[in-house]
Write a protein that binds this ligand. Structure first.
Ligand code: SAH
Length: 253
């Protein structure tokens, strides 16, 4: 399947979900607490790979004087984000930006806080934290969730899956070492609990699959996308003790 077709199908499947990846409002708030940031300050915040804005809206509520730039590759997601922000009464503090996280044109030291949930794998953790550092003021905070081994010796089936999907997958200690090498001090670490995978992501995605297949009847690519989604959810169900998203909160040196 060509990339364009796959992207269009993924957007169609995920645009109506509460989130486009594992996470929850409670976990976003927990990570925000770990930043120890002054919540009432007039902060400049970026939410990179924001999807339809689940975390963006939690940040807008939790940081009442912040201005947030919400970045995603897909304008379709950003349109939904803008609608949700309008409904929540915070659209005037949110700017949406369609573009790639790999070629951001932010100013040097523009942000007090860079947020990214379930998205940095698209460019790779090491490259992402290294590239985004210059957009943070010294002392600014990075909060990023990243697929992480919970144990160093996962069973073969799940190891093979992730090493082919995302060879950069590692343990928390490996990710923390990368942050330290790239000029950050770790401030906090937390792990997404199973409910953040199932309640907020796999279950609602699974419930939308029949309608998705209806919309794309007779399209083998759509059937393949649905098959891969179900396979991934099943892999999580069987191997959830071995991997999760780690949430890394780090301060720019
Ligand atoms: N943070 C959101 C979405 C996570 S899914 C949430 O937690 O719900 C990953 C997101 O990254 C998707 O919205 C996808 O469109 C976006 N994405 C993928 N590649 C990207 C890129 N190169 N630049 C910016 N965003 C990208």
């Amino acid at each position: 399947m060509d990339e364009q077709t796959m992207f269009a199908l993924l957007v169609d499947l995920h645009r109506d979900g509460p989130r486009q990846g594992p996470g929850s409002d409670a976990e976003t708030l927990r990570a925000l607490e770990l930043t120890r940031i002054d919540r009432d300050a007039a902060l400049d915040v970026a939410d990179i790979g924001c999807g339809t804005g689940a975390s963006t809206l939690v940040l807008a509520r939790g940081l009442p004087n912040a201005r947030i730039t919400a970045v995603d590759l897909f304008p379709e997601f950003l349109e939904i984000l803008a609608d949700r922000a309008r409904d929540a009464g915070c659209l005037e503090r949110i700017e949406t930006l369609a573009g790639s996280m790999e070629s951001l044109s932010f100013r040097v030291e523009e942000f007090d806080l860079i947020w990214s949930e379930g998205a940095i794998y698209n460019m790779g953790f090491r490259e992402g934290v290294a590239a985004w550092r210059r957009f943070l003021r010294p002392g600014g905070m990075l909060a990023v969730s990243e697929i992480t081994w919970l144990c160093p010796d996962p069973p073969d089936e799940v190891r093979r899956h992730w090493e082919s999907e995302y060879p950069e997958i590692g343990t928390a200690s490996e990710k923390i070492a990368i942050l330290e090498r790239e000029g950050y001090d770790l401030f906090g670490y937390t792990v997404l609990p199973p409910a953040a995978w199932t309640d907020a992501y796999y279950r609602p995605t699974g419930e939308r699959i029949p309608a998705f297949l209806e919309r794309h009847q007779g399209e083998p690519d759509a059937a393949e996308v649905a098959r891969l989604e179900r396979e991934e959810a099943d892999l999580y169900r069987r191997y959830q003790d071995w991997f999760s998203y780690g949430f890394y909160i780090a301060r720019r040196r």
